[in-house]
Design a protein. Structure first.
Length: 418
């Protein structure tokens, strides 16, 4: 490993994630296995097919609330996005790295009561840009298909043509998706944002359901998680969404105390710290104020790969798995229901047994019974193994904590040697 005091390499994080996944794979309970994978997906990175996939497409997923500072977005896209993300925009934007050609896709709000002027604008745009689409028939059926521009010029993002400007004026655009094929080796960049595979952006004027901020995640492509959630505008609705998502991720990651909560600064950022300092929501909502207390929201995503941040992340994960290996609080309460169900099912099966069972202490009282042909011995063994899987998972969690402890010691030893 090269000198790490400034930042950790993405290759190291990829290799660490692979090691952890090999251990998590041993967990038989699908719910628990999925939970731990989600934990690593959010805090480390999603496990791709191979390292080359990261180099071609990036790895992180980011959600940006607001368009106050376009510098980072522009650097990610490699072009000026002032028109795509203008202050008047009221549609969602999703920017994705892809192996395909460059494509801009416009998705529309489905409205059965379109005015004749709106129909004319939509039909005109499709006839010029997507002539193979039978737009007349679609509109007669009160449907607006997606409009695609293949191999478009990036200059379009800083100055829409007349067709898109007119479509924008109808207020019917719901989302614009930009797929970009990058050829350079992005993993050699010092810009952590260049490692993003997907950047979803919510403009301040987007009319989302303020009562359900979590719906924002589903409004895009159904992303299950984001590695970065960034507040980028002084807007009451977006600030509320930022805090609501903070609480949602705290629950998703099963944060238990103030020490664990500090790990949230690896996920939540604000490009302008004054946005949070000046908001009245912290004064009006004690639940926000209490949860955010002691968590220093960072203003630079480079923090995520810093030496200190990675060591803290590994230490947190070690702490998490050690705690869960002894008392898996929320997981245990859910898993115990399944265990109890399996115990009851097993006992019901055992009442029907009339033959010998597998020799074990727990089944000793059933040893003299016979087994009917309708009940397979292996089925009983499988059920019995499932019942006591809650014991074996403790060993697996402890194995993960030992692996993390080893990684922490190796990093610190290499830093000392430098």
């Amino acid at each position: 490993m090269s000198k790490i005091q400034s930042s950790m390499s993405i290759k190291y994080l990829f290799e660490l994630r692979s090691k952890l996944d090999n251990v998590v794979e041993k967990i038989e309970d699908e719910f628990q296995r999925g939970f731990f994978r989600d934990l690593f997906d959010i805090l480390l990175l999603e496990l791709p097919l191979d390292y080359d996939d990261i180099q071609k497409r990036g790895i992180y997923k980011a959600l940006i609330l607001g368009t106050g500072d376009l510098f980072v977005i522009n650097s990610f896209v490699g072009s000026d996005t002032s028109e795509l993300l203008s202050s008047e925009s009221s549609y969602l934007v999703s920017i994705n790295r892809t192996f395909r050609e460059r494509i801009l896709t416009i998705d529309f709000i489905q409205n059965k009561n379109l005015s004749e002027e709106a129909k004319r604008i939509i039909a005109s745009a499709f006839r010029r840009k997507n002539p193979k689409v039978d737009i007349g028939r679609a509109l007669r059926n009160s449907q607006i298909p997606s409009l695609s521009l293949n191999n478009f010029d990036l200059s379009l993002l800083q100055g829409f043509d007349d067709d898109i400007k007119l479509l924008k004026s109808t207020g019917l655009i719901r989302k614009i998706t930009v797929d970009i094929n990058f050829h350079e080796d992005i993993c050699n960049s010092d810009n952590v944002f260049s490692l993003c595979r997907c950047v979803d952006i919510v403009p301040p004027r987007y009319a989302w359901d303020e009562q359900n901020s979590i719906k924002l995640i589903g409004d895009f492509s159904g992303s299950k998680f984001y590695n970065f959630i960034i507040l980028n505008a002084k807007d009451d609705f977006l600030i509320k969404a930022f805090f609501d998502l903070f609480l949602h991720y705290e629950d998703k990651l099963e944060i238990k105390d103030n020490l664990s909560r500090k790990i949230m600064k690896n996920v939540f950022y604000s490009f302008d710290s004054n946005i949070l300092n000046q908001t009245r929501l912290l004064q009006e909502k004690p639940e926000y104020r209490e949860k955010i207390k002691g968590v220093l929201i960072k203003d630079d995503v480079k923090h995520r790969h810093s030496y200190q941040a990675v060591l803290f992340l590994l230490s947190y994960l070690e702490y998490f798995f050690l705690q869960n290996s002894e008392t898996p609080v929320n997981l245990y309460s859910r898993a115990s229901n399944k265990v109890n169900q399996n115990i009851n099912r097993l006992l019901n099966k055992m009442r029907a047994v009339t033959g010998n069972s597998e020799p074990s202490e727990e089944l000793e009282s059933f040893n003299q019974m016979e087994m009917p042909s309708s009940l397979k011995k292996m089925e009983i063994v499988s059920l019995f193994h499932t019942v006591f899987n809650s014991r074996t998972i403790q060993d697996i969690l402890f194995e993960i904590s030992k692996l993390l402890s080893h990684e922490i010691l190796v990093i610190m030893a290499e830093d000392d040697s430098d």
